[in-house]
Design a protein around this ligand. Sequence first.
Ligand code: ADP
Ligand code: MG
Length: 679
Amino acid sequence: MPSLFETDIAALKGVGPKRAELFRKLGAPTVGDLLRLYPRAYEDWRDAVPIRNTLLNEVNIVKGTVLRRPVEQRIRGGMTLYKTTITDGADDMQLTFFNNRFVVNLLEEGAVYAFRGKVTGTFTRREMASPEFVPESRMQDMVPVYPQTEGLTSRIIANAVKEALKLLPETVNDPLPDSLRMEYALCRLEYALKTIHFPNSPEALSTARRRLVFEELLVLQLGMLEIRRAGARQNPYPIAQDCTADFCALLPFTMTGAQQRAVADAVRDMQGAHPMNRLIQGDVGSGKTAVAAALCYTVMRNGLQAALMAPTEILATQHFESLSALLAPCGIRLALITGSMRQKARREALEGLKSGEIQLAVGTHALLSEGVEFDRLALVITDEQHRFGVGQRTALAKKGGFPHTLVMSATPIPRTLALMIYGDLDVSVLDELPPGRQPIETYLIDPAKRCRAFGYIQKHIDEGRQAYIVCPLIEEGASDMASVTAYADIVRDYFGNLPIGVLHGRMKPKEKDAVMADFSAGHTKLLISTTVVEVGVDVPNAVIMMIENAERYGLSQLHQLRGRVGRGQYKSTCILVTEAQNEEAVQRLRMFCSTTDGFKVADEDLRLRGPGDFFGERQHGLPKLKIADMMNDMQVLQEAQQCARALLERDPQLAGPALRGLKAEMHRLFAASGGTVTL
Ligand code: ADP
Ligand code: MG
């Protein structure tokens, strides 16, 4: 449909410049985009009930004959009312429309319509204000409900879509070639588009939807496989020698069985015919870093370089420090690359990486910046992967001429979905916590008990432990800084001379590092912070995580925060403070208190927030999908995956003329998300 995607929305009948602007805002700047703006639901007018059975103060659908044309009635404030009465043969109902002179012409005396709106009035005199309505002839239709924006009602959008469908040529270029539609039993694009907007029946709708979902997921999957195709290359850096045993000897602990298996999986990959492409999934505290370190060590012992990318500066610094402590004594040179480095330090680090003298680079996304070059980058590890987009991941891989890649994630992702997000990827699961961990107890308290919680913290600090308090934004709209510092004052009042650290997002990276370093070293006993501590910081001596305004955070985020404690031999506690009264919020937090299982928490989070949000664009960096719902369309997802593989196997460049349409869709999808796919 290239021509319709080049046709401005304003070209449609009934769409003037003002509305065109609204359509643009809704994500439909062209006619083609409008056709791909799918209804979010359908209203079924067949659900009409007799007037006397309508429920007061609820939205009902009734069917009735208009007894007289609406009459105009002016009231104060320049308002005009239009009133009419309908009957369903047994009872009457009074309808009122505000400032809508069009209804005078739309509602004909003696004709039957279905009306949908909130019913008010009394049992004997029922009324409906500003109902939506359709003529009887359309009562069999399912009426589309669109995502709306101020000034664009569903009906306006539906009318524009109708006009757009008129422009749709019957032989519209279908990106899915006939052979493929046959193979997977999919309907034609033209039918799918007409039906998705104006279905005749639920069955027709599901046929149309399946086809569109399939197409979208296929296009996405082809793009992902293309990004991943590097994986099918020859292994440019085969690892000759497995040195992980030497590394394990350096560790102060023995690796868990799960850690050993993950390390062995990865080493086997790197010794194989193709570059490694593996995801390591493990709950917070399962020991992903040690696995990463063992692999870096092996790569470096084989005379190659590795890079470890972390999502925050604090975390990068922490990885750098713990790895330095382990690796520097064996003569390995490491560099920390962050956005806030001094010019001179940066230059030295870059020179070292380029010449190969420095074997390991640890850093933030600054690793991706220009000027960061490697001599023989053989392994790229990204931590807490869901925070990086697909594009960023490939950018780092490109610096190394297709190195081995390892992704570490604490977010449990269903396997099929992982395949979609990460391409053709192998998975190791760390399903075993290091020994001696005691389960974290989690409590929910109201602010009245805050002082008792402070007392509890004091007691543990007296015993030599440390604690975190994650602090709220005290005033709406106040900066992090103001809130945290104000809160810190309250805490200082209570704790007197106790050395307290304060951490927030507005601080300079150097300052953050210093605060974190003081806490790590045990100089400060209590760390008051915003959620910047969320990701990955590791201070095993910290045993209490107190979270103010807990209701403001998603369950997965709370789980990450809670994962900052319980990382050593000591019994740890998480305290959630909330003044929320709302049953749902309290229920959610209670559920969180009842489990420490990250998979359960993620499931619940998913259930509550819905997949769109959980796996939102922000999280995985994938292009935004218009129709497919990756959690609920799992079946189609698998078929699309299989189809994508088969297509690329037969025609690796997708060069065949029958695939031109698919290729174009692929470019459109990834271009919209700012990603790059080159074929
Ligand atoms: P995460 O998977 O959350 O990244 P880390 O790698 O940060 O977990 O490990 C959490 C803590 O557990 C660290 O203090 C680490 O040193 C320690 N640890 C990791 N593996 C083991 C093990 N096998 N035995 C004991 N402690 C371990
Ligand atoms: Mg970690």
